[in-house]
Write a protein that binds this ligand. Structure first.
Ligand code: ADP
Ligand code: MG
Length: 588
């Protein structure tokens, strides 16, 4: 959106009831705002975090029923009923999230259908909630003497809340916790390796989406002045998901566009379709289903992507506003020669295959150790055992004397062990700079509330200054504003190194860092790694380019078929006939 876009849109929506707009359109617009609140939660939960929920209508119901019951049975003011409704939704989301968010693949969406149905049946069958008749006679809200009981009265409140929520979500997405949420869709391994608890952010997105839905329900109850179970059924849950997907499932404003399209066509279809078909029924659901399939096929990013195309090309680039920001704190470097990492008879079995067979070696502070061996020798598996990505079948890994086996990857990362991946793991839609900023996650602390209130800007500047500095160090600074997915493979590998460096590691594990690099790029990388060593960072690297390895490493560990073949200086390893036979496949 251009800079004036949001204020202009907000002014129109807030002022709409003052204009000579017919009541019908005010009501339509009010419903668009109500729907958009729910769809906004789904943009965050499904579009950004990749967690599909069919059950959001049930959270709308929680907010609506809380408002309805409390308003008719107690003397609580509307703000208090809102607080109770939101509190109930948060509680329900925490319980349901703890139970279901660890599920993978299709089990999670299925679980959302289950609890969506269960909550809806509860509403429809509880004596105190009026069963299928629901609750009638909710008093109209008053706001400093203004009657909010009409569409015109309530419209500004609905839209003020929806716009504030949109702004809050947009701000969240452009922040430390927001980048963590955006990282969820690409799988947990990379995010956890950067020190991020992926489960915590799944739960966060789930709770935020539930809160937005409950607020929508509270407004809905005060607009309808009555509640019944059907608007909170699984059908409606599917419709909310449809709005989010149709509008553009990764875009905040797509929630509004999708809600508008659905609301404005729903009414027309409800009138038109029975006439065309000569019989009544919820045929609009079928039309929405067909449209959804077509949209997903033709514009998988949703309708907002058409709007997004009008934006100037550089709109995604972050303004470089961090010049002179105070550097992030660095961890004290271990004394040169200190034994940092002890790999002690580590073992990994995949069924019958022994991928790593009782391998032992150490890495001392200020050392570059290379791990070499033919494809399938178990090098990457060894990396995964050290960094907590895989659990050990036997043996021990010690970091500065302490056993770290069994700890989650994010805890090991926070100790100062960082890594890159043989198969690059990144968020392709994020800029190079944002990807590298993920590395600084553990060195910063802003949470959701600070991000939404924009109290995190000073820390963000420090973080982006660090990210740029790390990119500059490996010669990538000019490309920092490009989407990471557009880079060639070699540059993506360099970006991963910068991301790992942004964690301020004491030990850096690089899995085939020079693969895909051209000759001069390899030379530059080798120089950068030597510089790191001079600064006190230790390196463990897997690499196939022998010139690169032998010119860089202090010690070389050779593996073959999961077993350690030998260990020595580059000269010793190169002179070994066994290594030549195994690794080079030549006999001398
Ligand atoms: P390298 O990195 O030295 O090329 P890897 O550590 O990737 O080798 O693999 C070592 C062996 O373990 C290979 O035979 C590979 O097929 C097997 N392997 C690696 N990961 C898994 C896994 N998750 N499940 C089953 N087998 C695996
Ligand atoms: Mg490998």
């Amino acid at each position: 959106m251009p800079r004036w876009g949001f204020p202009a849109f907000a002014a129109v929506m807030l002022g709409l009831p003052l204009l000579p707009v017919p009541d019908f359109w005010i009501t339509q617009s009010l419903y668009i705002g109500l729907y958009a609140l729910v769809a906004l939660g789904l943009v965050l939960l499904t579009g950004v975090a990749g967690l599909t929920s069919f059950g959001q209508a049930a959270f709308v119901g929680v907010g609506a029923y809380a408002a309805a019951w409390l308003a008719t049975q107690t003397a609580l003011p509307p703000l208090a009923t809102l607080a109770v409704g939101v509190g109930l939704a948060v509680g329900a989301a925490l319980v349901l999230g703890l139970l279901t968010l660890r599920m993978s693949g299709h089990y999670l969406p299925l679980a959302t259908i289950c609890w969506g149905l269960a909550l809806n049946y509860t509403m429809a069958n509880m004596e105190g909630l009026g069963k299928y008749d629901g609750i009638l006679g909710i008093p109209a809200m008053q706001f400093f003497g203004v009657d909010l009981g009409t569409g015109r009265g309530l419209h500004p409140l609905v839209w003020a809340i929806a716009l504030v929520a949109a702004l809050a979500v947009a701000r969240l997405l452009d922040s430390r916790p927001g980048r963590a949420i955006r990282a969820l869709k690409s799988g947990a391994t990379m995010a956890e390796a950067m020190g991020i608890s992926t489960f915590r952010y799944k739960l966060t997105a789930f709770v935020i989406a539930a809160v937005l839905a409950a607020v929508s329900g509270w407004l809905f109850a005060h607009f309808q002045r009555s509640v019944s179970p059907s608007p909170f059924s699984i059908n409606k849950g599917i419709e909310y998901l449809f709005m989010a997907v149709l509008g553009g499932v990764g875009h905040v404003w797509g929630a509004f566009l999708g809600s508008a399209v659905v609301r404005l066509t729903e009414d027309q279809l409800q009138v038109l379709l029975p006439k065309l078909l000569g019989t009544g029924g919820n045929f609009e659901t079928i039309v929405f289903g067909v449209v959804l399939v077509v949209v997903l096929k033709v514009v998988p990013d949703g309708l907002w992507s058409f709007v997004g195309r009008w934006r100037p090309a550089a709109a995604g680039a972050r303004a470089r506003d961090w010049a002179g920001a105070e550097p992030l704190p660095r961890r004290p470097k271990p004394a040169p020669g200190e034994r940092l990492l002890e790999v002690d008879a580590v073992r990994k079995q995949f069924g019958g295959l022994v991928a790593v067979n009782d391998v032992s070696f150490d890495v001392n502070a200020g050392e570059i150790v290379a791990l070499i061996g033919p494809n399938g020798a178990g090098k990457s598996t060894t990396f995964n055992l050290i960094t907590g990505v895989l659990s050990l079948s036997g043996g021990a890994v010690r970091w500065r004397g302490q056993g770290i086996a069994g700890r989650p990857a994010r805890a090991i990362a926070r100790l100062g062990v960082s890594r890159t991946f043989q198969h690059v793991k990144m968020i392709p839609e994020m800029t190079v700079l944002e990807n590298v900023a993920l590395g600084g996650y553990g060195r910063t602390s802003s949470g959701v509330a600070r991000a939404m209130l924009r109290l995190d800007r000073a820390e963000e500047k420090r973080l982006f200054a660090e990210a740029e500095a790390q990119l500059a160090r490996i010669g990538m600074a000019e490309r920092m504003h490009e989407p990471a997915g557009n880079l060639p493979l070699g540059a993506q590998r360099l970006m991963e190194i910068a991301r790992a460096l942004a964690t301020d590691p004491a030990l850096l594990l690089l899995d085939e860092p020079a693969a895909g690099l051209r000759h001069h790029e390899k030379r530059a990388l080798a120089a950068a790694l030597r510089q790191l060593k001079a600064e006190g960072v230790s390196l463990l690297l897997v690499e196939h380019d022998m010139d690169f390895v032998m010119g860089l490493a202090d010690r070389v560990v050779v593996m073959e078929f999961g077993t350690k073949l030998m260990e020595g200086t580059p000269a010793e390893v190169q002179a070994s006939p066994e290594v030549r036979a195994a690794y080079l496949g030549t006999e001398h």
